[in-house]
Design a protein around this ligand. Structure first.
Ligand code: PFF
Length: 446
């Protein structure tokens, strides 16, 4: 067992790393696409409510488990429920497996982004249909770029918490914000952008209680905050006892939601601009024709229409996607690596290469059996694994831990938490509201 654990060196470092995990393809691709296919602004509204009222409390549960345990997910859960070592193992290890499996498909998509960043614009615009993009001819490219992306992730994680995760998150997250702002400024000046803004910001209230919309919004919020994967437990374990967990968790949620919202300001208007330019994005009823249209049709069409500058904008956009994916993928790799290092006493470099290698093999198997496995692994992890494990983490904190010990942990770095609004609401939330709401959504998605 290694005795020297890493720790984030600063508050800013933690926020960038955890927000880096949260902000990813889920925000820039997933959220706007879900918004466009679920009735526009109504989805945005429901998402905001669920993110703050359900995902934030669940995030706090995972962070507090880790900060208390100061160890990998399995050991941290065992510390909370010493009488339930098997349950702690199942939940912690389940989360770790979930993180590894998510990385195995996420790396493939991130590889597409990476290859698009590096390929000339002419080639991107030929890839106007998902079918073309995913045909056998791109098998070699998928394999190579998936491998390159996983190697980049390995390179960062092998350097540890402060010199790897924290250092790179602090560099990459501001770069991401800059690129996003520049792209929005461009798109909003184009014809058609106004109609897009309206669809994005003016809700159709009749849609709000639609059960499909609720299921999609909660699933999206869980994926976006990286819940149910042990990732936030392990990131929580690197937070010093002097920090105020409640506000750190709130910052991470706020940044995640804000970036998803801002990405929508780019992507939804871009869809309408592309439609204006003759690309078929929506059907006659106003429904999104395909969820894949966004990256494979809308954006390439938009970049093409820009003339010479289009190449640069495409480069910026795909670089943005690759960066967002990288700060998320490092967190997914850290979950199994920290477990292996601490449980088997392996050194970090070895552990990172072994786990990274295993995940690459799973990714390659998915690439070779794309039509059967890709969708299956996504559903298995995001529709089943994440909600289930997220719910179990809430149950661990709410039901298996003494309220007094929980209070002591939250109080560190906070002060008088006992009289705060947070403490009046959150423990009840974790005990009842979160597990029940998550279970409802979970069974609904079955
Ligand atoms: N939150 C990331 C995104 O929105 O793209 C995805 C993610 C990261 C999911 C880490 C799960 C995870 F453990």
């Amino acid at each position: 067992m290694s005795s020297v654990r890493g720790e984030f060196s600063s508050r800013f470092g933690f926020i960038m790393a955890a927000a880096g995990s949260a902000v990813g393809l889920g925000n820039i691709w997933g959220f706007p696409t879900q918004t466009a296919s679920n009735g526009g602004a109504a989805f945005v509204l429901v998402y905001l409510v669920l993110a703050f009222c359900l995902a934030y409390p669940a995030l706090m549960a995972e962070l507090v488990i880790g900060r208390h345990g100061q160890a990998n997910a399995v050991s941290s859960l065992k510390k909370i429920a010493p009488n339930q070592p098997k349950a702690a193992f199942v939940v912690g290890f389940g989360g770790i497996i979930c993180a590894g499996l998510i990385l195995s498909f996420y790396a493939i998509v991130a590889g597409w982004m990476l290859s698009a960043t590096l390929s000339p614009i002419a080639e991107i615009s030929q890839l106007s249909a998902t079918a073309t993009w995913l045909n056998t001819q791109s098998l070699g490219r998928d394999l190579i770029f998936t491998a390159i992306f996983i190697m980049m992730t390995i390179a960062i994680i092998s350097k540890g918490v402060e010199n790897g995760i924290e250092k790179w998150s602090k560099r990459l997250m501001p770069a991401l914000l800059g690129i996003l702002a520049a792209l929005i400024a461009y798109v909003l000046t184009q014809d058609g952008a106004e109609a897009g803004l309206k669809a994005y910001l003016v809700p159709d209230f009749s849609q709000i209680l639609n059960p499909d919309l609720l299921v999609s919004a909660l699933g999206q919020a869980f994926f976006s905050l990286s819940l149910g994967t042990s990732v936030m437990i392990i990131y929580g374990s690197y937070i010093s006892k002097q920090e105020n967990l409640v506000s750190l968790g709130a910052y991470v949620t706020l940044i995640d939601v804000l970036i998803a919202f801002v990405a929508g300001l780019l992507i939804i208007p871009a869809m309408y601009v592309a439609q204006e330019q003759g690309v078929q994005i929506f059907s006659e009823t106003g429904a999104l024709l395909s969820e894949d249209t966004l990256v494979f049709q809308v954006l390439p069409a938009l970049f093409n229409s820009m003339g010479d500058i289009g190449y640069l904008v495409a480069l910026a956009f795909f670089a943005l996607m690759s960066i967002a994916a990288l700060t998320s993928s490092i967190s997914m790799l850290e979950a199994p690596v920290s477990y292996t290092v601490e449980n088997f006493g392996m050194n970090r470099l070895q552990a990172t290469w072994i786990i990274g290698g295993l995940i690459s093999i799973i990714s390659f198997v998915i690439v070779f059996n794309f039509s059967t496995l890709f969708g299956f692994v996504i559903s298995l992890t995001t529709q089943f694994g994440q909600p289930l494990i997220g719910m179990l983490c809430c149950i661990f904190v709410g039901w298996m831990w003494s309220r007094h010990k929980l209070l002591t942990e939250i109080q560190m770095g906070y002060g008088d938490v006992e009289h705060s609004v947070f403490w009046k609401i959150w423990p009840w939330y974790i005990k009842f509201v979160c597990p029940i709401a998550i279970a409802l959504v979970f069974f609904n998605s079955l």
